[in-house]
Ligand binder design. Structure first.
Ligand SMILES: NC(=O)c1ccc[n+]([C@@H]2O[C@H](COP(=O)([O-])OP(=O)(O)OC[C@H]3O[C@@H](n4cnc5c(N)ncnc54)[C@H](O)[C@@H]3O)[C@@H](O)[C@H]2O)c1
Length: 395
């Protein structure tokens, strides 16, 4: 079939297998060009929950191709049928192919990471040969979660807390800017968002692995968060999702206490805002990112997932002198939060309109990054070629 992007609002409903594979190869090449930081404590056996796209995929690539680690990934992706598979499916197939060529162990389990069944599958697989985990990366982004005990389905909300938030917003279908008013979340919506995106499931993973004696001495675990600044606080940092992310701080402390006997540690890592499938669904983010990319590119400090995660491993996780804040969180968001960058972003935000969108922002780069997530717009890929949506099944 000929595969062209089918974009609806903030999602693209198809993906290009060759384009996704090219993205993965590009990230692998980047990591191979960097010198890994670690000494004796390099990651060897790594479990990545949410391994197929965005920050989780970059984490898996960094562990495998930066440090030579064996990786086990968990993701929730759609296999191709007569339609294309999801981007994460193609990314994972490409990752497996490259890992096999490099002689690196890789296994992926495709299913609901919140469920007991998938946790059991991971445990069986580790027992069957991969052995104890020394790093668990928790990089899930999901709009809903089925509680593994009660079976109740919780749905997250992306809403402010306390009062409505009125803001400029970019409609990426029409490229029109309009004021939107987002009503505040109810107490129940806040609680449900914490249930989905908070630390409970992260803790359950560590509990299950520890109970099965599958955590190595000194094992580490990291979960990802975003803090942002004034412009995004009303919809992220101080909103429902921010409340859920605060729960990760609680969970990190609880996990560290739990892992004391094996000298383990849990940390939250603060990453920068960038274009992923998860972030493009958040109101205001497409406009914020279009401006941020412009300012950071002009500064020469723009980064994608792979650069962020390469620095997270090198400057935090496996550094003798990790960059941390007073709340014990790893920080690699400092280039975004540079006050000079934020001042410029805020100044543009005040001036931007539908008429000057293309001049004042780098919407083009935002949109290129968005399409690239699904394997589109990549130089060297022939998008007029007839291509099968099937790839070799590896998971
Ligand atoms: N994108 C950003 O700007 C940004 C910034 C800072 C922190 N973060 C955080 O990084 C983490 C990853 O986000 P992302 O932006 O890379 O998202 P993403 O949408 O690219 O990736 C989400 C991953 O989770 C997997 N997944 C979703 N539901 C699942 C389920 N039920 N079971 C198994 N796997 C499931 C997907 O398959 C995919 O691998 C999130 O915690 C997010 O809050 C993102």
């Amino acid at each position: 079939m000929i595969i062209k992007p089918k974009v609806r609002g903030f999602i693209c409903t198809n993906a290009h297998p060759a384009g996704c594979a090219a993205n993965v190869r590009e990230q692998i090449s980047y990591i191979r060009s960097q010198t890994p930081a670690a000494g004796g404590n390099a990651p060897k056996n790594v479990l990545v929950i949410g391994c197929s796209t965005g920050y989780g995929l970059a984490s898996r690539i960094t562990a495998a191709f930066g440090y030579g680690a064996a990786t086990l990934g968990v993701c929730f992706e759609k296999a191709p049928t007569d339609k294309t598979g999801s981007a994460g499916y193609y990314n994972t197939a490409a990752f497996h192919e490259a890992a096999a060529t490099a002689g690196l162990y890789a296994h992926t389990i495709n299913g609901d990471a919140f469920s007991n069944e998938i946790k059991d599958q991971v445990i069986q697989l580790l027992k069957a040969g991969m052995g104890k985990i020394d790093l668990l990366v928790y990089s899930l982004a999901s709009p809903r979660r089925t509680d593994p005990v009660s079976g109740e389905v919780y749905t997250s909300a992306l809403k402010p807390i306390g009062s409505p938030h009125v803001s400029k917003n970019l409609n990426t279908d029409t490229l029109k800017l309009a004021e939107i008013a987002i009503e505040p979340a109810t107490e129940q919506e806040i609680a449900h968002t914490v249930k989905v995106m908070g630390g409970e499931d992260w803790e359950l993973w560590l509990e299950a692995l520890q109970a099965a004696d599958l955590l190595a001495e000194g094992a580490r675990t990291v979960a990802y968060t975003y803090l942002g600044d004034k412009l995004t606080w009303p919809i992220y940092g101080q909103a429902t999702i921010g409340r859920a992310k605060e729960d990760l701080d609680r969970a990190a402390q609880a996990i560290t206490v739990r892992l004391r006997d094996i000298g383990g540690q849990a940390h939250v890592a603060v990453l920068k805002a960038l274009v992923t499938q998860a972030s493009s669904a958040i109101p205001l983010m497409p406009l914020y990112l279009s401006i941020l990319i412009k300012v950071m590119k002009e500064n020469g400090t723009n980064e994608h997932c792979i650069e962020q995660i390469q620095r997270l491993f090198g400057e935090c996780l496996y550094s003798e002198n990790p960059r941390m804040d007073q709340d014990n969180r790893y920080r690699v968001d400092e280039l975004e939060l540079d006050p000079a960058v934020q001042d410029k972003v805020e100044a543009i935000w005040r001036q931007v309109s539908a008429e000057n969108l293309m001049q004042l922002t780098d919407y083009q780069a935002y949109n290129d990054d968005f399409l690239k997530l699904f394997g589109f717009g990549i130089p060297g890929i022939d998008y007029d070629a007839d291509i099968s949506p099937q790839v070799e099944t590896v998971f």
